[in-house]
Design a binder for this molecule. Structure first.
Ligand code: FAD
Length: 541
């Protein structure tokens, strides 16, 4: 049985060799949350499944979201009750199966005189939302008058404020969630290979032959399967073009950016979901020592790999914050990092990106390739179930979906509950006199694997915990460069950018040793991190 050791950086060539000589039931193209969910569902039903990703896992939209597991309050406005109920249920399942990655978070929605919502409307909307999502007990929505709202959030502009609603959602780390779902699938004989781009595909005798380019060596390899899924998010149309002669334009892209500030600039107590002058809603979300703010929604046609952030995007969010909070006005120089992501939305004649539904849609091409586009992080499991049900029906496989019962890697705490496990990690950090890390960071990134990282630290007499963290990732997380470590394995480049340069010097020897790279390659790897750091606060006109 394959286990997470196939994610050891040293085992890559073997994994590719095995994949090239196998016939799979299913190949999933795209290693974002959608592909990850399909890999886990299919593998856990016993289908021999391979996932290929052209860059790092979650390098597309699945590391660039608002990082909320939410029931989608906005769907209620469009009377899409089914989606609210479905995503609400999914929230509960994910919290049960991945308590380390899904952290309860109360959201406060301020009501203002000029706003689009009356108090009774918000009160009813949140009540219906709670009902549909099955929210119980102290998590049920609460409505506050102006005075209580200001007691809770003294920084809100008091002039137009009339009160607020508070309701329950969950926070996550989208990239870690995607990676841990993929790692969970390895325990069910699933296989996943990052840095492998699908460049061509053909069908002979009912078998798909898929050409891949190994992006780390430039070598080509072919993988074969009875069925293939196109789960490439913003790239779904490109894959359809590879699959068929005629071009297909199913989706349009909407760009959403986020900016990160030190929390002292907006020292709020809750996550706040507030209305902007144009009637849209934006989030400001505290996370450890920072807050992040998002998002925008603008049509996008540029480079999909690294969607740009321009001054208009930045000004939109800065104005939104300055108009909502009674704070020292923030400006561009206060931004410590940022990210930009693309929503793949199903096109509909006459509607702009803000009006398009976030629903997922499945289509099947003439060759039989199944494409899934749209959707949300939160609904990944149910999207995967729909796809794998379809495959099982097609091949007459009678295997029921069990993904609602599978604990996501890192989320098993044996006889301890999550909080006790976390206290245990906190005590170990104290004993080891490590004050540069806290247990919340370790637990929300690695869950029970935090213990393995501390073991590596102790057994090797390391001076810095980041040495143990990088060794753990090189051994278990298909990690091939320092940028991926700071971006998607740890999130440090977004949320702790000030420590990245120092830690880069500490972790580089491990990349050199594990990946057997020469000085030039190591210098290039360091340069990539430094350039990315610069880009976080450098915006185009
Ligand atoms: P992606 O994550 O983009 O994955 C597709 C993958 O396919 C990429 O990694 C890409 O590299 C790979 N790929 C492309 N071409 C090839 C090829 N030829 N060969 C191999 N691989 C290939 N949802 C929520 O639930 N909560 C939120 O808070 C939330 N906030 C959002 C905020 C923003 C700004 C945006 C843009 C979206 C947000 N979403 C949110 C939606 C959610 O992030 C997306 O629905 C989800 O991440 C899409 O995942 P995906 O796997 O379909 O696409």
């Amino acid at each position: 049985m394959e286990n997470s050791s196939s994610f050891n950086a040293k085992h890559r060539s073997n994994t590719i060799k095995n994949a090239s000589s196998s016939l799979y039931d299913l190949i999933v193209i795209g290693g974002g949350i959608t592909g990850a969910g399909i890999l886990l569902d299919a593998s856990s039903r016993g289908l021999k499944t391979l996932l290929v990703e052209k860059s790092d896992f979650a390098s597309g939209t699945s590391s660039r979201s608002t990082k909320l597991i939410h029931g989608g309050l906005r769907y209620l406005k469009n009377l899409e009750f089914r989606i609210v109920r479905e995503t609400g249920r999914e929230r509960t399942i994910l919290y049960k199966n991945a308590p380390h990655l899904v952290i309860p978070e109360k959201l406060l929605i301020p009501l203002t005189k000029k706003g689009n919502y009356k108090k009774w409307q918000l009160s009813w909307a949140l009540k219906i939302y709670d009902l549909l999502a099955g929210v119980k007990g102290i998590d049920k929505r609460k409505m506050h008058n102006k005075e209580t709202t200001l007691n809770k959030e003294p920084l809100l502009n008091s002039l137009d404020l009339i009160g607020a609603g508070v309701y329950a959602e969950y926070r996550t780390d989208d990239a870690r969630l995607t990676l841990e779902i993929i790692k969970t699938a390895l325990n069910y004989n699933g296989t996943a290979i990052n840095y492998s781009e699908v460049t061509d595909l053909k069908k002979h005798n009912n078998i798909f032959h898929v050409n891949c380019s190994n992006k780390l060596t430039g070598e080509q390899f072919v993988i074969k399967a009875k069925s293939i899924i196109n789960a490439t998010g913003p790239w779904v149309d490109d894959l359809c073009k590879i699959d068929q002669i005629e071009s297909i334009d199913k989706i349009c892209l909407s760009k959403g950016i986020h900016i990160v500030l030190n929390k002292e600039k907006i020292p709020i107590n809750h996550s706040i979901y507030f209305e902007v002058e144009d009637g849209r809603l934006c989030f400001v979300i505290p996370r450890d020592k920072v807050v992040y703010i998002g998002t925008t929604d603008t049509a996008y046609t540029g480079n999909k790999n690294e969607p740009n952030i321009n001054n208009n995007d930045i000004n939109y969010l800065i104005n939104a914050i300055n108009n909502t909070f009674n704070i020292n006005k923030i400006n561009k120089t206060d931004i410590i990092s940022s990210w930009s992501g693309l929503r793949p939305l199903i096109k509909k004649e006459g509607l702009n990106t803000k009006e398009l539904s976030r629903k997922d849609e499945i289509s099947i091409s003439k060759s039989g390739m199944i494409t899934i586009a749209g959707g949300k992080l939160t609904g990944y499991r149910i999207m995967a179930k729909k796809i794998v049900d379809l495959i099982c029906k097609k091949h007459n496989i009678k295997k029921r979906c069990i993904s609602d019962t599978i604990i996501i890697n890192g989320g098993e705490f044996k006889n301890l509950d999550y909080e006790h496990f976390k206290t245990n990690i906190s005590n170990q950090l104290k004993e080891l006199k490590i004050d540069s890390y806290n247990s919340s960071y370790l637990m929300s990134n690695y869950g029970n694997q935090s213990n393995s990282i501390l073991e590596i630290y102790k057994n090797n007499n390391f001076n810095h915990l980041v040495e143990a963290e990088v060794v753990f990732c090189l051994n278990n997380e298909s990690l091939y460069n320092a940028l991926d470590f700071f971006l998607r394995r740890t999130g440090k480049i977004f949320f702790y950018p000030e420590i990245v340069l120092k830690e880069l010097e500490i972790v580089m020897p491990y990349f050199i040793k594990y990946l057997s790279i020469d000085n030039n390659e190591a210098d290039q790897m360091k340069e990539n991190v430094k350039n990315y750091l610069k880009k976080l606060t450098n915006f185009s006109e």
